[in-house]
Design a protein around this ligand. Sequence first.
Ligand code: NCD
Length: 336
Amino acid sequence: MKRHLISAADLSRDDALLVLDTAEEMARVADRPIKKLPTLRGRTVVNLFFEDSTRTRISFEAAAKRLSADVINFSAKGSSVSKGESLKDTALTLEAMGADAVVIRHGSSGAPHRLATSGWINGSVVNAGDGTHEHPTQALLDAFTMRRHLSGVGRDLEGRRVTIVGDILHSRVARSNVLLLGTLGARVTLVAPPTLLPIGVEQWPCEVSYDLDAVLAKTDALMMLRVQSERMNAAFFPTEREYTRRYGVDGPRMAVLPEHAIVMHPGPMNRGMEITAEVADSPRCTVVEQVANGVSTRMAVLYLLLGGSEPAIATTAPVPETAPATTAAARTEESK
Ligand code: NCD
């Protein structure tokens, strides 16, 4: 693994599978009465959020806490950033506090890359979503969710057909998913109105279609994206109703999917726009499960980036269900 996770393209196939397999181990911790591992005790993770977030921020926080790291949450609102402090000065402040990892969400594409390559901080940088660029941990948690439903644990997504629908133009989730799913051997089709597809999409490792109904029957995972009105400065489609009619998923469309297929959404959902309540609340929709999987996946990422060369969880001696989990790393630390 590289030291930072900025793009899904930073992950080789082996890296991606290592994260997914480690996330499986982490998910088992979530089933225990005490959901905590001592692995990152004494390490500091800073969550640096310049953009609004519900799921991703609390997910990284829960992940770091379950690994026993100290967590500092920083949100730009209410901080000196609103007084005009630069990314550099904010980063230097975090460095002075001894951050081992900085998880950053920023409205500008490239901000995490700048942070990772600037020399302002020494710790690992994890991109938690930058502008319209990338959101690699979302792609990892999506792949984790797909693997559980479509391939089975320990297997890859070779040949699985994933259809990503909606506002591809503004979606960092779509970019990271196309890259990661390509690495994992899945076949991706993007479906969107031409106005919501980025320039150069023909060079991406995927197919493009304008007709949702034409691809439903050949889909194993249908990923719906939110229309990101906050990033739009023009009209990209005639009306919301028109958008929903052509690119929304409802009961009748869900019925065309193969029986094993799942409907995914990274959240937050615009119920009634890209997804009806009937689909969102159906057992085939994995939106809530994706949130739970996000914690396990981010635990795996933090663990691997912050120097997890030993197994996260001891596999030789089984741990009694009620006892706090003990890892190889923790045992070494305790014996010091
Ligand atoms: C996405 C994001 O912020 O990029 N959400 C998320 O991370 N769960 C998608 C979105 O905002 O629509």
